[in-house]
Each structure stands twice: as structure tokens, then as C-alpha cells.
Design a protein around this ligand. Structure first.
Ligand code: NAD
Length: 473
């Protein structure tokens, strides 16, 4: 099997060590990534630092055209990307294709935002003391971005960091997840076609201990991290003076109120608790249902969950595939067993075969159970019955996390109330918390992180406002 090169300052390179990548459905080795040596990592960082001034001065049309090129090329090679994601992550083709389509959009949105990234002029003569003066306000990149990404969206979450970096004229060093480096390496091929200056991007599949050294390197002043809360906060604590953005986990809630369309709510909750085997930071984990419709909702939900097609991710019909590894599936199985020992009832699923966990529905789960409190990151949902809206919103907020929440209601009043009261970065009315449009601001509060992604928001996070005052006008 060919070893895939990594990307060192825009060029393919081979290191001395190799990282085999396996498919969690059948244990096959599906690819091998070359791992850079310490010297090669040093060269990549030095090249990013050396090009930062030139990168920031790149004309906007050059940045925008490079981003548009990558978008077009991902679309042209979409099926190759989808199969690679499916192989390395175990994600069913259905979802892998969706992820590729989103990455096409992410780069296209970045190309559009790059063209709007021109700075602004502010007249200062609103105050007598500033009469005759004018401010020109531009946004300047802090410098090279270190992008650390998780396994669950091996292409689009890399895109969410690379695309805004290029859009603002910042070099970017990508450190992909060890379980899923192949999609990021393939993306490197398309970035290399753009003719961006040498050093503008590197993709370095290094192990975690060497990633920690990258975090501390002062030549990479921005760290954009997506992953779990403990790793993210440990990174932020190590480099308090850096610009760190953290996109972390959650235990997202869907609220089903008495006025909801129950058929719609049940089918969306069933699917988006289990899509990608629940391995999404906004997969539905807690389902909070108003008492008046609880029984009618559960009656619709359980058949919808049982009807999900579980199995081989390469099969076109599969909706729920394996988790990223058998160890991950065993952890979920343990958490379910703990909840059952504490009094929970299993209404559907509960079984495991290898890395695949059956879509599982639990009821009567105590609030201190791990499956309620922590991020389960598996195909498990917890049902909770509440008396009304007050209790429902209090339950949503009874969490250390706050990424997104979904509220199934037809009432505009309740929608605005949800927006006021729910302690989350995004409130999705009429749908699951798992909804994300890649151009909108996205991120959390509480332990779900700091900073925002979505192209315009990430571009703001990677840059600072700089003012030039013109005098004597
Ligand atoms: P993880 O925290 O284990 O790893 C994330 C990345 O950090 C990987 O690339 C890993 O190699 C790297 N890493 C680990 N230790 C490091 C260290 N000491 N120094 C530097 N880098 C280090 O997360 P994961 O298991 O890959 O992904 C799952 C997590 O990601 C879940 O918690 C999920 O909620 C979260 N996530 C969040 C979002 C979001 O946008 N909020 C999106 C997707 C996933």
C-alpha cells in the first residue's frame, strides 16, 4: 500500500515513521500516512513564520481565487473524498457525502467573505476634539494559525480552519487527528494546486506529544482547536497569551413541547441522535419532552429509531455505522450499563457488536448518570419528561456544556423565550440541535468552548482591528 506524503510548506514530503489508518468496521488498514520528523516540523513552522508578511499582503482576489479553486476541486473529486472519509472514519457514505458537500460550501463561502474583507473608514468628526480626522480600520492577521482537528469530520473541520486562514492572509499549519489524517492529506493536494506562496500551508500528522510542542511554539500565535474539553482547556492553560479558540463538546438537548409537530420531531430526533454513530458535538443526547405529549412522542420515536439501518458504512443504505474504534464503543456500552444499574430503562437498542453500538434510547435516567451529564459521543439518547416550558429550559441549562439546543415548537413567543433563556451558542427552532449551516457563527458557551467558527466569525478570531488615523482633513 502506498504511503501518503504529508505537506511541508506546500510541498509533498516523506518522513521516517508511518501511521497506519484502519477502518473501524472491519479492522482493515485503509491507508498509511507518512509522519514528519522533528526537523521537518521545524522547517514547516519556520516557513510559515517566514511567509507571514507576504501572506498578509496577498491581494484579496488571489486569496479568493485560491479558495474558489479548492472548492471546485473538492466538488470534482467528491466521491474520492467521500470514500476516503468513509474508510478512515467509519462514517456511512450517506454522511461522508454530506460532509464533502459541506466542505465545498465552506471554501466557497470563504472565497466570498475574503472579497468582503476590505476594512472600513470611520469619520471621527462626530466629536469636536476629533474634527479633521478620519480613521481607516483594517483587520490584520495575528500570524500563522495552528489548526488542531478531531476525528469526527476529518475534512470539513479542517476546512473550517484552513479556509478562513487563507481568506485573511494567514499561513496555516494543520495537525489532523491521528485516527483520520488521510482526508486532510488529500486536501493538501488541492491546496498545493493553488500556487499560494511556499509556507502558506502545511499538514503535519504528528503524534499528540509533538502537537503539544507546536502549541507552545511562539511562531504560531493562533491556536484553533476542535476536540474534547479536557484536551482543549489543557492547551489554553499552557498558552494563556496566545489567541486560542476552542470548539469543544456538548450533551445537546432537543426540547419537544406540546404544540410541536410530533411526527417531524420524532423522525429528526431519531436520525440526529444516531447520525455518525452519535459522534457529533451537536448530536441529540438529551430529549426533553413536555408531559402532555410524552407518550405520543415516544410512540412515534421508538419505531423511527428501530427502523434506522445499521451496518457496513460502505453500504449505500446504511444510516448508522461503527464508532471510531471498538474501545470507544465499549466505553459507551459501559456508560449505558452504569445508567441501567442506577435505575434507567432501555427502551430501544442497548447492544454492541465490535465498534458498532445499536441506536439506544434510555428513560428514567438519573441526572447524575454519565450518559446525562457528560458527552456520550455515541448513538445513545436519554428521554426526560418535564411538566412544561419552565422545567424544560431549566433542564437544558442543567449542563456544564452549552453548544446548541433544539426546540420543537410552533410558538414565536416560546422561540424568542428560548433564545433569551437557553445558555447555548445556538438555538435551533423547529429542528434538532444538530443543525449547522457552515456560513453562520458556530460555537459554545460554558465548557463547550470560546470563540466562533463559521467563515466570518473565524476570520474575526484570526485577526485584530488596526486603526490608522488621518489628520488634517
Ligand atoms: P480529542 O480532544 O481527543 O483530539 C482532538 C485533537 O487534539 C486531535 O487532533 C488530537 O490528536 C489532538 N491532541 C490530543 N492531545 C493533544 C495535546 N496534548 N496537544 C495538542 N493536541 C492534542 O478529540 P477527538 O476525540 O478527536 O474528537 C472528539 C471531540 O471533539 C468531542 O468532544 C467533540 O464534541 C469535539 N468536537 C467539537 C466540535 C465543535 O465544533 N464544537 C466539532 C467536532 C468535534
Amino acid at each position: 500500500m502506498d504511503v501518503r506524503p504529508f505537506w511541508l510548506a506546500g510541498r509533498p514530503a516523506m518522513g521516517e515513521a508511518e501511521l497506519p489508518v484502519t477502518n473501524s468496521h472491519d479492522g482493515r488498514v485503509v491507508g498509511i500516512a507518512s509522519v514528519p520528523t522533528g526537523d521537518q516540523v521545524e522547517q514547516a513552522v519556520a516557513a510559515a513564520a517566514a511567509v507571514r508578511g507576504r501572506a498578509a499582503a496577498l491581494p484579496i482576489h488571489v486569496r479568493a481565487e485560491a479558495l474558489a479553486h479548492v472548492s471546485r476541486r473538492i466538488a470534482e473529486r467528491a466521491e474520492e473524498f467521500a470514500r476516503l472519509i468513509m474508510e478512515e472514519n467509519g462514517k456511512p457514505l450517506l454522511w461522508a457525502r454530506g460532509e464533502v458537500g459541506r466542505a465545498v460550501s465552506t471554501f466557497r463561502f470563504a472565497a466570498e467573505e475574503a472579497r468582503r474583507f476590505g476594512g472600513e473608514v470611520q469619520r471621527l468628526d462626530t466629536d469636536p476634539a476629533a474634527q479633521g480626522r478620519l480613521a481607516y480600520i483594517s483587520r490584520v492577521p495575528y500570524g500563522p494559525v495552528l489548526a488542531i482537528t478531531p476525528f469526527n469530520f476529518p475534512l470539513n473541520l479542517v476546512a473550517h480552519k484552513v479556509a478562513p486562514a487563507i481568506a485573511v492572509g494567514a499561513p496555516v499549519v494543520v495537525k489532523p487527528a491521528p485516527a483520520t489524517p488521510l482526508s486532510a492529506l488529500l486536501l493538501g493536494e488541492l491546496l498545493a494546486e493553488t500556487g499560494l506562496p511556499e509556507g502558506m500551508f502545511s499538514v503535519l500528522p504528528v503524534p499528540n506529544d509533538r502537537a503539544a510542542a507546536l502549541v507552545e511554539d511562539p511562531r504560531l500565535p493562533v491556536v484553533s482547536f476542535t476536540g474534547s474539553a479536557p484536551v482543549g482547556y489543557a492547551i489554553a492553560d499552557r498558552v494563556p497569551r496566545k489567541r486560542v479558540t476552542l470548539e469543544l463538546g456538548g450533551n445537546a438537548a432537543a426540547v419537544v413541547l406540546a404544540d410541536a409537530d410530533l411526527d417531524h420531531a420524532a423522525s429528526r430526533v431519531a436520525l440526529f441522535s444516531n447520525y455518525q454513530a452519535g459522534q457529533s458535538c451537536i448530536a441529540v443526547q438529551r430529549v426533553i419532552v413536555e408531559d402532555a405529549v410524552y407518550d405520543a412522542f415516544v410512540e412515534r420515536l421508538l419505531p423511527a429509531v428501530r427502523a434506522l439501518v445499521t451496518g457496513d458504512p460502505a453500504d449505500e443504505k446504511t444510516q448508522v455505522g461503527p464508532m471510531v474504534s471498538e474501545e470507544a464503543a465499549e466505553r459507551v456500552e459501559r456508560w449505558v450499563a452504569d445508567a441501567v444499574a442506577a435505575g434507567a430503562r432501555v427502551l430501544a437498542g442497548g447492544g454492541r457488536s465490535g465498534a458498532t453500538v445499536e441506536p439506544t434510547v434510555l428513560a428514567d435516567v438519573p441526572r447524575d448518570a454519565l450518559v446525562y451529564r457528560e458527552e456520550v459521543f455515541g448513538p445513545v439518547m436519554v428521554l426526560e419528561r418535564v411538566a412544561g416550558v419552565d422545567e424544560a429550559f431549566a433542564a437544558v441549562n442543567d449542563s456544564a456544556y452549552g453548544l446548541q439546543a433544539g426546540v420543537f415548537t410552533r410558538s414565536l413567543d416560546i422561540a424568542f423565550r428560548a433564545n433569551r433563556e437557553l445558555e447555548v451558542g445556538g438555538v435551533i427552532i423547529g429542528d434538532v440541535p444538530s443543525y449547522r449551516a457552515d456560513q453562520m457563527p458556530y460555537g459554545g458557551v460554558k465548557d463547550s468552548g470560546v470563540g466562533r467558527e463559521g467563515l466570518r466569525s473565524a476570520m474575526a478570531d484570526y485577526t485584530y482591528e488596526k486603526v490608522m488615523v488621518l489628520t488634517g482633513l
